[in-house]
Design a protein around this ligand. Structure first.
Ligand SMILES: [Zn+2]
Length: 488
């Protein structure tokens, strides 16, 4: 995820562009590269998304969910299976606005409740009973838990100027004509694993959504269906982004645009930028990107701030919150930092196709393989599209910011270290650039490819030693590796 404020200092990516002048509208720039980039060859083949061969403990969600857009209510009747094994308990995470009405499975009622960092959700810990036979199959089923729950949320009306103070991924956002809820809002139950300190963010699922007031319902990774009810099913683990309500759908330039209707010219222009960025990423990583993203534009439920957007890749959805596609295109057609900020945003988010939930699902160092590498690729894209001066300036800003930070080196980082945005977006990326200083960009790119091509079971447990193994497979010598201490 990242947020971009083209005028002010903001969190995440935009820290790199803190002195950003007002947008210069209407000046059209070519997207052709203006520096000498590394050689790029377009890769081909299948989506590198998470494959599910093997028997990893990736949760599976089933259930039925009912939404009222005008009432701001959400009710779920859901089961999680194949949850990571803990000896005597299971911990389920659910949005703090959702009240659990009943729980079934091989468990006792909740013995402990604690707030998830960030404050939007609660971790409910249940003790296991002795293994109970599954009533349907007769087999032991200690790894299933089912919950009935419901909640009512405020309904904001952005058109009437009725806003929250802030908006972010953890919000279950109702606008009266739309619901937006990311997986991280915990609108559906997920499982928290104490041994890694992390909740599962991607899972397989078969779910039904019912919403009488919705003309369209989208559940990420599976598609968009006509309301008032629809079934979504995937055996490829995905984050569950739920967007339901009054949605326009348009195809342009090989991309599906969902949300506010987009003028065809803007849609074509943005699709062309997305295509250029994908070609860059495929060349840099030497791995195919796979299917084009879907672009979903969603109104923010906080007051509009000129020039600010935030967004995220909830693969395959590239979500843009708080700016329309024409506004994004206008920034891309400007000069200087507004264009660089938006281009960096697009490159960063699309880089999460490679560096996201497909690495580290069972590792306390999972988040080394998300934001730090997305920032790394975003900077390389900046150099490719905007030239050496923009790249050098951004890299210098990153390094100066990291030099102010006193954090554990990468080998010693745990889930708590990565929980801070300074570690994920600044310190760890700067450490990757310091590795590149020692081994050179060619071996760095080969290391990235080794990370992405590693067998699924290795990727699932990805941690610092996995990075070391990949670097050595790529040709980094033990001597050079030993000189790098995992610090910026
Ligand atoms: Zn990100």
């Amino acid at each position: 995820m990242s947020s971009v404020n083209m005028f002010r200092k903001a969190s995440g990516f935009a820290r790199l562009f803190r002195k950003i002048p007002p947008m210069a509208f209407g000046l059209v720039l070519s997207l052709a590269p203006i520096s000498t980039p590394p050689p790029i060859s377009r890769a081909s083949g299948a989506d590198p998304g998470i494959s599910t061969e093997g028997d990893l403990p990736i949760p599976h969600l089933t259930g039925h969910f009912t939404i009222s857009l005008t009432g701001g209510t959400l009710a779920g009747d859901a089961c999680l299976t194949n949850i990571a094994s803990q000896d005597d308990s299971v911990t389920i995470v659910l949005n703090s606005g959702l009240r659990i009405r009943s729980v079934t499975g091989a468990i006792f009622p909740a013995v402990r409740e604690e707030i998830e960092p960030g404050g939007a959700a609660i971790r409910h810990t249940f003790l296991r009973r002795d293994t109970q036979p599954d009533p349907q199959t007769g087999e032991d089923s200690p790894e299933t838990i089912c919950l009935e729950y419901s909640g009512a949320f405020p309904v904001y009306d952005p058109d009437a100027g009725n806003y929250r103070e802030t908006d972010e991924s953890s919000v279950i956002a109702f606008t009266g004509s739309l619901l937006r809820a990311r997986g991280i809002s915990r609108w559906h139950p997920t499982v928290y694993t104490p041994s890694t300190g992390l909740a599962a963010e991607a899972m397989t699922f078969v779910i039904d959504i019912q919403c009488a007031e919705c003309n369209h319902i989208l559940v990420n990774g599976v598609g968009i269906e006509a309301g008032p009810s629809a079934r979504f099913e995937t055996d490829t683990p995905r984050e569950l982004l739920l967007v339901a309500g009054d949605l326009a759908v348009r195809e342009a330039g090989g991309i599906t645009f969902i949300g506010r209707d987009v003028p065809e010219e803007s849609a074509e222009s943005f699709a062309s930028t997305v295509g250029e960025v994908i070609t860059f990423l495929e060349g840099y990583t030497t791995l195919p990107f796979g299917d084009a993203p879907r672009v979903v534009t969603i109104p923010a439920v906080r007051a509009p701030r000129r020039g600010q957007l935030w967004g995220f890749l909830s693969d395959p959805v590239l979500a843009i919150v708080g700016m329309t596609v024409p506004e994004v295109v206008e920034a891309l057609e400007s000069t200087g930092r507004p264009r660089q900020a938006v281009l960096g945003f697009v490159a960063h988010e699309l880089a999460h196709r490679y560096f996201g939930w497909r690495l580290g699902g069972g590792s306390p160092q999972r988040d080394l393989f998300g934001e730090p590498f997305a920032v790394y690729l975003e900077m390389k894209a900046l150099r490719f599209f905007e030239g050496d001066a923009a790249y050098t300036r951004s890299l210098q800003n990153l390094r100066e910011a990291a030099a102010q930070m006193n954090f554990p080196a990468l080998p010693d980082a745990d889930a708590d270290s990565f929980a801070g945005s300074g570690y994920r977006y600044t310190f760890a990326p700067a450490a990757l650039f310091s590795l590149e200083d020692r081994i050179g960009e060619e071996l760095m790119r080969a290391t990235l490819a080794e990370l992405l091509r590693a067998p699924e079971a290795e990727r699932y447990l990805a941690d610092f030693s996995f990075l070391e193994k990949a670097a050595k497979r790529a040709g980094v010598t033990s001597e050079i590796w030993a000189q790098w201490k995992g610090l910026p």
